[in-house]
Design a protein around this ligand. Structure first.
Ligand SMILES: Nc1ncnc2c1ncn2[C@@H]1O[C@H](COP(=O)(O)OP(=O)(O)OP(=O)(O)O)[C@@H](O)[C@H]1O
Length: 577
């Protein structure tokens, strides 16, 4: 039954009279002066109303209600400039209206609540919230309870809050516990926490669908539950690249109104370890080395990334390898087309899922090495590039962050089923520095002769023919000699505590495979510091901030595998506040 939600009447805000109109999709109120002339109008889409309360209500610093029976309060989203950031900050505004009678007040509140139910139906009612109390500046708990929980309460959202006591608790909970009744999962923390939640949800979804997520050729099932990110980490890159700002209140408001942003996810496979997922960075060479190096300097705090970056830069390493990639359709978009993926992006909207055709499970079992070199023409033509690379990076999103406002690949799209593969060949140290520096400015980092970028649906990295992955032993031998000779601790053992302060996720996730075979890796040196004279011949992968201690990898993009409570970066110029 169609509900006629039009309501129009005079309302008062303080001493001023307004003509207020609810059309179903919008609530607007226009000031009317003493001569009955209409002045300024405020218009709020129903989808951006946060809540409606009887009386004159305040919610911060604590909730207070003055129960005047002619009054009601409307809370809604207001945008404001974020200063330096790319996106817009969302704030909540409230207007306290007075009506001519209690009956009219009741009519207004009932119409507004009905409008919210019928015209904004995808709002969450029940959320599972994980707070990492140790993420970023260790303010996750405070951020949630002081800034987010009061807004959830106002919006009528009930939440089950779990403050984590160990790394991977959120992931394990999502894999094993009953999730019925929840509309979404919220993580309060940084990119590592998001990654945990994403791995848990994707894994759970595949379990329930009876799919083997470790099979690189299986088409994964998209997750039903949305993920909300309340930024409280050190970098919060995923939040920044999907909202445009790292701001807990902005993110909470996107969750409340049930915004939905699909997100492509890249699965990274190696035959001996469980699958890993990445959305922001899969990086071999420079980015792998920086992460490995930074693990040795955790005591430095966030400074360790700058320090390690400098150390690895100075070591000026490059690595031999062969990259095979499956190009995406160049007619649809390209990493050099200067089209930014903004809210309502037409490339993502138009994109039909353009993933690989999928062989049956039996065809693909144990096919890692075979499929590395096979080519199925129905997928499109694979392209190979061999050489020495400073870094091989892959991202499913721009990966913009406050330090690199345009990101690793400024024109990458959040949800078009592709990712950007960036190959940086061996180059003069100053040229490489120029490449790195361009990430912090608006200069085009791809406009350099030793850099190439490709929009792809899948890629593989292998060591050059003849070199096997156990070539890591060179690195071990070199490093061991170095330890003996120089009494230096320049080797990182993968079994040291990871960034999480916990045992490497890899070893924990390894339901046998990694652990059984993994001892050689576990005990082996994976990274030599720049002080070593014998440089390692292989690097490791940086997978969204986690180390994957191997070189050969097989990756593919799964279009729109997860959904975030977000709407992409809003175009400041297009939004009239
Ligand atoms: N209670 C806990 N104790 C130790 N580690 C935890 C706990 N809860 C979560 N973790 C782990 O901490 C890691 C880092 O957390 P998080 O991402 O929230 O913060 P961060 O590292 O400061 O931020 P960013 O990832 O944005 O750089 C995550 O990988 C997560 O698995």
């Amino acid at each position: 039954m169609e509900i006629d939600l039009r309501l129009e009447s005079s309302l008062w805000v303080g001493r001023k009279r307004y003509l207020a109109v609810l059309t179903g999709w919008h609530l607007q109120w226009t000031e009317v002066d003493k001569k009955n002339r209409q002045r300024k109008t405020t218009s709020v889409p129903v989808s951006e109303l946060i809540g409606v309360e009887d009386g004159r209500v305040e919610i911060l610093p604590g909730k207070s209600v003055e129960d005047a029976d002619h009054d009601f309060t409307v809370f809604y989203v207001r945008r404001s400039s974020s200063g330096g950031s790319y996106g817009l900050l969302w704030r909540f505004s409230r207007t306290q209206f007075s009506c001519a009678s209690r009956a009219l007040r009741d009519q207004w509140t009932s119409y507004l609540r009905t409008a919210l139910k019928t015209h904004s139906p995808s709002r969450p009612h029940r959320l599972l919230v994980f707070i990492n109390p140790f993420g970023g500046k260790k303010k996750g708990r405070h951020i949630y309870h002081s800034l987010v929980a009061p807004l959830f309460e106002l919006a009528g959202i009930s939440s089950h809050v779990i403050v984590t006591e160990r790394a991977n608790q959120a992931r394990d909970h999502l894999l094993k516990k009953d999730l019925s009744g929840f509309d979404g999962v919220v993580c309060v923390g940084g990119d590592g926490m998001f990654s945990e939640v994403m791995h848990g949800l994707i894994g759970r979804t595949q379990q329930e669908a009876g799919l083997s997520e470790n099979d690189p050729n299986v088409k994964l099932q998209p997750c039903n539950l949305h993920i909300g990110i309340i930024p409280a980490g050190s970098t919060d890159c995923v939040c920044f690249a999907t909202v445009g700002v790292n701001d807990p209140v902005t993110s909470a408001l996107h969750i409340i109104i049930g915004d939905s942003q699909p997100l492509d996810v890249c699965s990274a496979h190696h035959p001996t370890v469980p699958v890993h997922y990445s959305v922001s960075l899969l990086g071999y060479g420079f980015y792998g080395d920086v992460l490995a190096e930074s693990e040795r300097h955790r005591w430095m705090g966030p400074l360790r990334y700058d320090f390690s970056g400098a150390m690895v830069y100075l070591s000026s390493r490059s690595y031999a390898g062969v990259v095979h990639y499956l190009p995406a359709d160049p007619l649809l978009s390209s990493p050099r087309d200067n089209i930014r993926c903004l809210s309502g992006c037409s490339v993502c909207t138009k994109s039909t899922e353009r993933l690989l055709p999928h062989p049956t499970v039996s065809e693909s079992v144990n096919s890692f090495h075979c499929s590395q070199y096979s080519s199925d023409s129905s997928e499109g033509e694979w392209v190979s590039v061999a050489g020495r690379f400073r870094c091989v990076s892959f991202t499913c999103m721009s990966s913009s962050c406050p330090r690199s406002p345009l990101g690793l690949s400024p024109s990458a799209h959040l949800a078009d089923g592709t990712g950007d593969l960036i190959l940086v060949r061996e180059s003069h140290p100053l040229s490489f520095l120029k490449f790195l520096h361009r990430h912090t400015s608006t200069q085009d980092q791809f406009d350099l002769p030793f850099v190439e970028v490709h929009r792809v649906k899948a890629f593989r990295f292998s060591l050059p023919p003849g070199e096997e992955e156990d070539g890591c032993e060179d690195m071990e031998r070199g490093a061991t000699r170095q330890r003996e000779n120089q009494d230096t601790q320049c080797v990182m053992d993968i079994e040291t505590k990871s960034r999480t302060g916990s045992q490497q996720q890899l070893t924990e996730r390894g339901s046998g495979a990694y652990r059984e075979r993994g001892d050689w890796r576990g005990k082996k040196a994976l990274f030599c510091g720049p002080c070593c004279s014998e440089t390692p011949s292989v690097s490791v992968w940086n997978c969204d901030g986690e180390i994957l201690p191997f070189s050969e990898i097989q990756c593919r993009v799964h279009g729109q595998l997860v959904h975030l409570y977000a709407r992409g970066i809003e175009d400041k110029a297009a939004i009239v506040s």
